[in-house]
Design a binder for this molecule. Structure first.
Ligand code: NAD
Length: 271
């Protein structure tokens, strides 16, 4: 386990894979000290090897376990001299299917990881963020926080919750000079996607497949900015505006776009 030795530091959940891992790599390249946390122990070992043990503290953490999250933060704080420049709550899971057909335990698990996990992290880390001038509380929301998405209803609801929380905290935390922001990615080429999704992704448009390094670059930009919502790609921001301006029209567009129009007894051609 390394120590920061005066370097800036970032605490990343979901660091063993996808956008969390790319963010760890990018910030290491920028000379930062990395805290990498995940439930995937093998992925963490590989990450530590890549970053170099002196440049990171890497540890298994289930974000749903608040007591263990607090321990992980205490260890991180001991390695950074009580500082944290970025808290990046990024760990997430997705379970697809119609809401009423999903086992209730699966639904609760999505809420625990994607939302309670974020609350655990922010509530426990605020002391470190307050102690660090210019710090940023950053979270991964989703393009599914622009409009409630059928087929991933609860996932989408948790990402709306993250977005709302970020907006509120970006105001509350001004008391401490701590910024809060989030990212709303579209379709990113990571392990979270159901099999076949990457292959079927459109070649262009806002839901084209994007590499996770693009999200890592956004975390970097966000640290150097006061912007609140970071859409990846930027066109997702237009979707957000359209959904806000005319939710009924957005609802019909989504019905027509979605593969399960048939299951909803809707013939898109008759709409
Ligand atoms: P990923 O599966 O590659 O990475 C997610 C990581 O979170 C994994 O390493 C996983 O082990 C970890 N994780 C899961 N549950 C955990 C827990 N309880 N505690 C700690 N770690 C846990 O997928 P990704 O796409 O890089 O996901 C990162 C974030 O991006 C997620 O919040 C996801 O919802 C969000 N997101 C992804 C996309 C996309 O298209 N890939 C789009 C929008 C938002």
């Amino acid at each position: 386990m390394g120590t920061a030795n005066g370097r800036k530091s970032i605490f990343i959940t979901g660091a063993a894979s996808g956008m969390g891992r790319e963010t760890a790599r990018l910030f290491r390249e920028k000379g930062w000290f990395i805290g990498g946390y995940d439930v995937n122990a093998d992925g963490l070992r590989a990450l530590e090897k890549e970053l170099g043990a002196d440049n990171c503290v890497v540890r298994k953490l289930d974000v749903t376990d608040k007591a263990d999250y607090e321990k992980a933060l205490a260890e991180f704080g001991a390695a950074t001299g009580g500082k944290m420049d970025i808290l990046y709550n990024n760990a997430g899971i997705g379970v697809g299917g119609f809401f009423d057909e999903q086992p209730f335990e699966d639904i609760l698990r999505v809420v625990r990881v994607n939302f309670i996990g974020v609350l655990n992290g922010i509530h426990s880390a605020i002391g470190l963020l307050k102690a660090t001038p210019g710090s940023l509380c950053f979270t991964t929301s989703s393009s599914s926080a622009t409009y409630g998405m059928p087929g991933i209803a609860v996932y989408s609801a948790t990402k709306h919750a993250v977005k709302g929380l970020t907006e509120a905290l970006s105001i509350e935390f001004r008391r401490y000079g701590v910024r809060a922001a989030d990212t709303l990615p579209g379709l990113i080429d990571t392990a979270i996607l159901p099999p076949g999704t990457a292959e079927r992704a459109p070649k262009e448009g806002m839901f084209r497949l994007i590499q996770p390094i693009e999200v890592a670059r956004i975390v970097w930009e966000a640290y150097n900015s006061d912007k609140l919502h970071w859409y990846v790609p930027e066109e997702i921001g237009d979707l957000d505006k359209a959904a806000g301006n005319n939710p009924e029209q957005m609802r019909e567009q989504i019905v027509q776009m979605m593969a399960f129009a048939e299951a909803l007894n809707v013939d898109p051609k008759k709409q």
